[in-house]
Design a protein around this ligand. Structure first.
Ligand SMILES: C[S@@+](CC[C@H](N)C(=O)[O-])C[C@H]1O[C@@H](n2cnc3c(N)ncnc32)[C@H](O)[C@@H]1O
Length: 233
């Protein structure tokens, strides 16, 4: 636990810790491969320059779930470093097992609440790209306060992404998409890459995710939002 007396009491979290049982393979992956792929969060900031073999643009993905799409992106973009943040242990075990099988070297995993991680352990201007694919929709109105994207979160992302970096969010919940579009267009630092109020066609570089597939089977649409971080300061 980080000892910082100035840190405010815990706020509402955007996730529930799923108690799903790990398969022996996932457990083994975490125990054996964590030193290769896992990032221990220090009391202060993570030194991103020391994580990877190559010094190249950093991409962060928050809430990668089972990790299949993050793995695909790491394979298809060897000229970028990928940092996945998740709290779901089975997904973490699965991802690092698969990454090891394929000898991937441009992928690391942080097991932590992404909001806390960004606030307290990541220096400003760390990432070229921020990705958030199919965040928990918390679709009941009484639960909207648990949605990860709100104005405080957008301020945080803007700080951590470099000037002219990209923010890519996708959701299959229309009201959440509208809400994100409105909040991002109101934000002084974000510029819609496609023009005012325009959702992006599904970018080819975004692999299909598990939750996207689940949404499709339920007849949901998909809304991709791509914004550029134009820092004012
Ligand atoms: C609906 S799932 C989507 C998973 C994956 N992106 C996909 O599309 O299949 C959302 C994921 O975000 C994770 N998550 C939610 N809030 C988080 C947070 N604050 N920090 C880290 N992970 C979080 C959850 O554990 C969950 O696995």
């Amino acid at each position: 636990m980080i000892k910082d007396t100035k840190r405010p009491r815990k706020t509402i979290q955007s996730f529930v810790r799923r108690s799903s049982k790990l398969t022996p393979g996932q457990r083994n992956g975490i125990n054996r491969l964590w030193p290769l792929y896992g990032v221990e969060v220090p009391d202060r900031f993570i030194d991103l320059d020391k994580l990877f073999i190559k010094n190249q643009p950093n991409v962060i993905e928050v809430g990668f779930g089972s990790g299949d799409s993050l793995l695909d992106m790491a394979i298809n973009n060897p000229n970028k470093n990928f940092i996945g943040v998740e709290v779901y242990e089975a997904g973490i075990g699965r991802l690092i097992n698969e990454a090891h099988k394929l000898q991937i070297t441009n992928l690391k995993v942080v097991r932590f609440d992404a909001v806390e991680l960004l606030k307290y352990h990541i220096t400003d201007n760390s990432f070229e790209t921020f990705q958030l694919f199919f965040p928990d929709p918390w679709h009941k109105k009484k639960h909207h306060k648990r949605r990860i994207v709100d104005s405080a979160f957008l301020n945080l992302i803007s700080k951590k992404v470099k000037n002219n970096g990209t923010i890519h969010i996708a959701t299959d919940w229309e009201d959440y998409a509208q809400n994100i579009m409105e909040s991002m267009e109101c934000h002084s630092n974000f510029k819609n890459a496609l023009g005012a109020h325009i959702y992006s066609p599904r970018p080819k570089m975004r692999p299909m995710t598990k939750f996207e597939r689940r949404g499709q089977s339920l007849g949901h649409g998909v809304w991709d939002l791509v914004f550029i971080n134009k820092k004012q300061d």
